[in-house]
Write a new protein. Structure first.
Length: 293
């Protein structure tokens, strides 16, 4: 019996004894940023920032959007509650990132991240931090509007408004100061975009403890222009590649890798990285294994 066959046999024997949570495939987020001085407001006691909008051009991504996060960099203001910030995607979809949040506490050179998966919204009356925050709009009683060329409402309330759309094109950030007396600035913004991919269609990914380590198995339904695979172990937030040589692609089928150095007393996540012939790479995972009692 081959080593691979013995490994598969062990997996079958131990499958009922190990809790394995399989996550849906997800591509690695790709950041696109612009760095440019932004004055808030441009002139007078209130009004639009300059430039208006601030734009980022996204190009070269395949597939459709599955997740977007946004970060406003270097945000400074003497009364953040005055700020209304709108993000518009290439297809015209829009979401209010921040409106009437942060109260009157000064902020200086703050990088603020908005993420649908964040644990909380931004504070209403206390100082803003870096987040991450869910998109937050406290201006619901008096509906916020942004002057042209910003699109008219209604506006989205979550970054998931971009899911399923084309990631490529111009992403626009509209910053408006809606009240007199106070002012501020920013240094740019970033959008982090995850997309689907059709280069490899993953049919399954799992991990299980076996004698001698922890086995990661995956199966592909199809592979197009695929060079091979890498396996990464994640403990906490750090990912480490565990295979020393590229695992060669074979068109489609089943693959397995035994991680002999997997920690026994910690929960572990495994990711499979697809390496394509053109040099691009895509992540799938995670497959999770609970720590051994």
């Amino acid at each position: 019996m081959s080593g691979l066959a013995r490994l598969r046999g062990r997996l079958l024997m131990l499958a009922g004894a190990v809790t394995v949570l399989i996550g849906a495939p997800s591509a690695l987020a790709v950041p696109f940023c612009t760095q440019i001085p932004i004055t808030i407001p441009a002139t007078g006691p209130s009004g639009a920032a300059t430039p208006y909008p601030v734009t980022v051009l996204v190009a070269g991504l395949s597939g459709t959007v599955t997740d977007v996060n946004a970060t406003v960099n270097g945000l400074t203001h003497t009364f953040p509650d005055d700020l209304d910030i709108l993000l518009v995607g290439p297809g015209g979809q829009s979401v209010v990132l921040l409106s009437d949040a942060g109260g009157g506490d000064d902020i200086s050179n703050l990088n603020v991240t908005l993420d649908d998966e964040a644990a909380t919204v931004a504070p209403a009356a206390t100082a803003l931090g870096p987040g991450p925050y869910k998109p937050t709009n406290y201006g619901l009683v008096e509906v916020d509007t942004w002057p042209a060329p910003a699109p008219a409402g209604p506006y989205g309330t979550a970054l998931s408004v971009f899911d399923g759309g084309n990631p490529n094109g111009t992403w626009s950030l509209y910053i408006f100061d809606d009240t007199v007396l106070d002012a501020g600035s920013a240094s740019g913004f970033c959008v982090d975009i995850r997309t689907t991919t059709t280069a490899v269609r993953m049919a399954g990914l799992s991990a299980a403890r076996v004698r001698g380590g922890l086995a990661v198995t995956w199966r592909t339904a199809s592979e197009v222009d695929t060079l091979g695979f890498h396996v990464y172990r994640q403990v906490g937030v750090k990912r480490v590649r565990v295979n020393t040589r590229l695992i060669s692609a074979k068109g489609r089928g089943s693959y397995s890798f035994l991680d002999r150095k997997a920690p026994k007393a910690k929960a572990v996540r495994y990711w499979v990285q697809v390496v394509n012939l053109d040099g691009s790479r895509t992540w799938y995972g995670p497959a999770r294994v609970t720590k051994r009692a």
